[in-house]
Design a binder for this molecule. Structure first.
Ligand code: SF4
Length: 440
């Protein structure tokens, strides 16, 4: 049972898909740093590739992703040509070093492109890099899904699919501009399973306009009925000043902070009762799934795609907006697709911003990752921890954390507060900021 402590949830906190976060990126980092980082990849380093497709057939009102309408074939074709050019640039610089174990496609909606183009893209990736049976995963918009896609995904060896579901409630779907009947999701899941693709994630949200606990629990019941392998349960962040398309959402219909907390708590209880294991601070997984196993084995990681079982040494982002992560560098590609295409067609890495990671950043980043993945972290690498202990006094008093020497342990009930613990180790957030969302 979770207890609501509003004082702890007041400060907006990052989701920490990286440390430092993307908010700290600056334009002092660019193509030269990307080129050097690729040059430092070792012969046997484990590499993960992320390919960004910034297009969707329909744009949802709540969406904060860098995506645009996939309504012009020519525009998509030009983008795919640019991806080919960037892949060639990266492959040339790597010169066969590193082994690609994972390839993830996200966006936008990767299924905004044609199935045949997806086949070509996968072929280009696996033939350009040293890839040995990579695990391939993909985000899917059920609205653009066809049986052709299911066959193509099986043929290309896709092993994991994440479906943008969000809610099964027709009224809430209408309120967020994403209408997709339950039958559509059912057909999609059945077609994937028919092709042997069984690792299926549902992206769901709480805190949506007009959503209450009963509506959320109905969605979770459908999710359990359809046997989603993993579930990501995110709180909707309403920030129309940063994401103008959210202005279409009726802010007066949004649940308050306590209602959001209660929804997250009920959702948590429901999924645990249905046999799921809580992973990280917002994921749930069937016990036999790779994600639950990774948490159990201590190999769970957190990266730009969220919690993952992928134990990479470096992640290489390909496409507009994509972020690459190396031990001492985070670097993001140009966001604007037109400028992205111009840069790669001129033979330049399209990196436009980022940040170097000092040894101190790497140590803090490792602590934050351990807290979020496992609810425990060894703080010895941070030296004197008395300052952190003082800043966590309230968490300790409330029984949310405890100490074993230099080891910080979060109680199971601290799950909704995990990000408020992690932020204590963030040197950029010693002064509170309003740039992020609430932990709930
Ligand atoms: S399908 Fe996904 S990426 Fe595309 S607009 Fe909707 S939420 Fe955003």
């Amino acid at each position: 049972m979770w207890t609501y402590y509003p004082a702890l949830l007041e400060q907006p906190v990052p989701r920490y898909t990286s440390y430092p976060t993307a908010a700290e990126f600056g334009d002092a980092i660019g193509p030269d740093e990307m080129c050097r980082a690729l040059g430092s990849v070792g012969e046997h380093d484990r590499l993960s590739l992320y390919v960004h497709i910034p297009y969707c057939t329909e744009i949802c009102w709540y969406c904060g992703c860098n995506t645009g309408a996939a309504n012009r074939t020519e525009r998509l074709n030009h983008y795919l040509e640019a991806l080919d050019q960037e892949i060639a640039l990266i492959a040339q610089r790597l010169g066969g070093r590193g082994q690609v174990n994972h390839i993830a496609f996200g966006g936008g909606s990767p299924n905004a492109i044609k199935p045949l183009d997806f086949v070509r893209l996968v072929d280009r990736l696996v033939t350009s890099f040293r890839a040995v049976k990579p695990v391939i995963s993909l985000e899917l918009d059920p609205r653009g899904f066809t049986s052709d896609w299911a066959r193509v995904l099986a043929l290309t060896g896709v092993g994991r699919v994440s479906l943008g579901v969000q809610t099964f409630s027709p009224d809430v779907q209408a309120a967020i501009g994403r209408v997709q009947p339950t039958e559509l999701i059912e057909t999609c899941v059945a077609a994937l399973r028919d092709q042997g693709i069984d690792n299926i994630n549902f992206d769901l949200m709480y805190g949506l306009p007009g959503q209450d606990e009963a509506i959320l629990l109905d969605t979770l019941a459908e999710t359990v009925r359809l046997k989603a392998t993993t579930v990501s349960l995110f709180g909707y962040a309403h920030v129309p000043h940063m994401i103008p398309r959210q202005r279409r959402i009726d802010a007066t219909a949004l649940p308050g902070l306590q209602e959001r907390f209660d929804q997250a708590a009920r959702g948590h209880e429901f999924l645990l009762a249905a046999g799921y294991v809580a992973v990280g601070f917002d994921h749930y997984a069937l016990p036999e799934s790779p994600l639950a196993q990774a948490q159990h084995n201590g190999t769970l990681r957190r990266n730009f795609q969220g919690f993952t079982a992928d134990p990479h040494d470096a992640l290489i982002g390909i496409g507009a907006t994509a972020i690459s992560s190396f031990p001492s560098l985070l670097v993001q590609n140009e966001k604007n697709t037109g400028r992205y295409r111009m840069l790669v067609s001129a033979g330049r890495f399209p990196a436009s911003r980022g940040i170097t990671r000092s040894p101190d950043d790497q140590r803090r980043g490792a602590v934050i990752e351990q807290i979020l993945c496992f609810g425990a972290a060894d703080l010895s690498p941070l030296g004197d921890i008395s300052g952190y202990r003082a800043r966590l006094a309230l968490h300790e008093e409330l029984g949310l954390i405890r100490w074993e020497g230099n080891r910080l342990l979060l109680a199971p009930e601290a799950r909704p507060y995990a990000r408020t613990v992690a932020v204590i180790f963030d040197r950029w957030r010693e002064v509170p900021t309003t740039q992020f969302s609430h932990a709930i």
